[in-house]
Ligand binder design. Structure first.
Ligand SMILES: [Zn+2]
Length: 119
């Protein structure tokens, strides 16, 4: 059960990083890779054309590991992970849905993706 395509605003905890996405939330994903496990990420996948960084480009830090293709962003002030650029599909973002203002994930199917086994 997906929702209508809507614009959602998101931010890190301190508010330095603010962004906007358009999504109809066909599904949410979790991932068992070494970083998603640690940050307990619940994500929605959004194409870069449906992602807009509104504020905080100068606060945003990035972290890369393993193949260095995925770019994991976090706020340099409060440390929260708001989104990352995906590895297999680098023109897509994984968005931390818990950073979206007023978003309720109830009722949206959650798919567990396998990151740990990727070469
Ligand atoms: Zn912050």
């Amino acid at each position: 059960m997906s929702r209508a395509l809507q614009t959602w605003q998101g931010s890190c905890h301190c508010g330095a990083v603010r962004f906007e996405i358009d999504s109809d939330f066909p599904e949410l994903t979790t991932c068992d890779c070494s970083i998603c496990r640690r940050r307990n990420a619940l994500m929605v996948k959004v194409h870069e054309s449906r992602f807009r960084l509104l504020a905080g480009a100068e606060q945003l830090r990035s972290y890369r590991f393993h193949t260095h293709t995925a770019v994991h962003h976090f706020c340099g002030v409060c440390g929260i992970y708001p989104f990352h650029r995906k590895r297999v599909t680098p023109d897509w973002y994984g968005i931390n849905v818990h950073c979206l203002e007023g978003f309720d994930p109830a009722g949206i199917p959650v798919r567990a993706t396998v990151g740990a086994g990727m070469p």
